[in-house]
Design a protein. Structure first.
Length: 367
């Protein structure tokens, strides 16, 4: 038995309880979690914005140590420090094999619909986003396990599994920020703060952070923002004023609301680029006129998992951490236990804080 935060039904609070976790089967790995980040996607799964079979153990941003491996697993052994990849590519579908776009793999979340554990009463449990890291231990496919290079604290490494990778990829792969370009980042939560740091890594000029909460200013400036704006109906005009009257070269939207996406689009210059990272509901409709699409010649793109190949990008991110160019700790505003996840969800809904990190033994792990 291991302790886990269980979602019994969509829209209900998570309950911390013991679950029956089996030993890994063929091709599987069992991992003891050191830490798990609380992401807005977990909130979206819990409230039904994103589909999730229930009952389930949510959580997809995690790092820990391999406990045991199943038959046929190569390259992983007990004691290995690892990061969980919540969207493991299959390597065989059209997007993986032909287009080399593993972040669009059609089989990435196949494990989400397959029971992986049981409640104390014997009811089947499903793994949230194939990972189920809101638990002391989890069992995942070996494709979901990435080696963690030395020199990165194991608890903070959890953020490499989603927030840091997504923010980094949004800037470097989706928006393709070039040195000297101005960047506006909408939403200064975990992903937004990672995008701000990544814009600085890319050599951006002005980096403008936008959020609804004034308490985010300190976090954003610590991450590297040169300016901070409280979101308002004047946001687009204020960004143009800060960027020579033209608008930002790039906008990165990390909220997933139609209003914010529209403002991000309005904030970019003619010919500028807007990358949408935030996940919104299908009822969030963004309206653009045919004339403005022609006139402004802007690019509006979606961004899935930062358009990253985790096997390629995680080592690069780890090197930035080791060299002091990327500060994972600056993304974390709260260290909590499993019982603190509902409060972390409430904080996200209220627009407070950066990333809440569930730390399972209550301390930071040495690198």
């Amino acid at each position: 038995m291991v302790r886990a935060a269980v979602l019994s039904a969509v829209g209900t609070p998570l309950e911390v309880t013991d679950i029956d976790l089996p030993e890994p089967g063929p091709g599987q790995v069992r991992v003891r979690l050191a830490a798990a980040g609380v992401c807005h996607s977990d909130l979206s799964l819990s409230n039904g914005t994103l589909r999730q079979p229930v009952p389930a153990v949510l959580g997809h941003e995690g790092a820990g140590t391999v406990v045991s491996v199943g038959e046929g697993v190569e390259g992983h052994a007990p004691g290995d420090r690892v990061v969980l990849n919540w969207a493991p590519s299959c390597g065989d579908c059209h997007f993986c094999a032909t287009l080399a776009e593993p972040w669009l793999c059609v089989n990435a979340n196949a494990a989400t619909t397959v029971p992986y554990a049981r409640t104390k009463a014997g009811e089947e449990l499903y793994p949230g986003l194939s990972s189920a890291v809101f638990a002391e231990e989890t069992v995942v496919s070996s494709r979901s396990v990435l080696p963690l290079p030395e020199g990165v604290p194991l608890d903070e490494a959890a953020l490499l599994g989603c927030a840091a990778l997504t923010g980094y990829g949004a800037v470097h792969h989706s928006a393709r920020v070039r040195a000297g370009e101005s960047v506006a980042v909408f939403g200064a939560g975990g992903v937004g703060l990672a995008a701000i740091q990544s814009a600085r890594l890319a050599g951006a000029g002005a980096v403008v952070a936008v959020d609804v909460s004034p308490e985010k200013e300190e976090l954003a400036r610590r991450a590297g923002a040169s300016e901070f704006l409280l979101a308002s109906e004047r946001t687009a005009k204020e960004i143009r004023k800060l960027t020579g009257g033209h608008g930002a070269d790039v906008a990165v939207e990390c909220v997933g609301r139609a209003e914010t996406i529209r403002t991000a689009w309005n904030s970019t210059r003619r010919g500028g680029r807007t990358s949408v990272v935030g996940i919104g509901g299908k009822e969030e409709q963004v309206h653009l006129s045919a004339l403005e699409i022609f006139h402004f010649a802007r690019t509006l793109t979606g961004c899935v998992y930062g358009n990253c190949d985790p096997a390629r990008d995680l080592p690069a991110l780890a090197e930035h951490v080791r060299q002091g160019r990327l500060d994972l700790g600056a993304l974390v505003t709260d260290r909590i236990g499993l019982e603190g996840i509902p409060a972390a969800f409430d904080a996200m809904l209220a627009g407070r804080g950066g990333r809440a990190l569930v730390v399972f033994d209550g301390r930071s792990h040495p690198s």
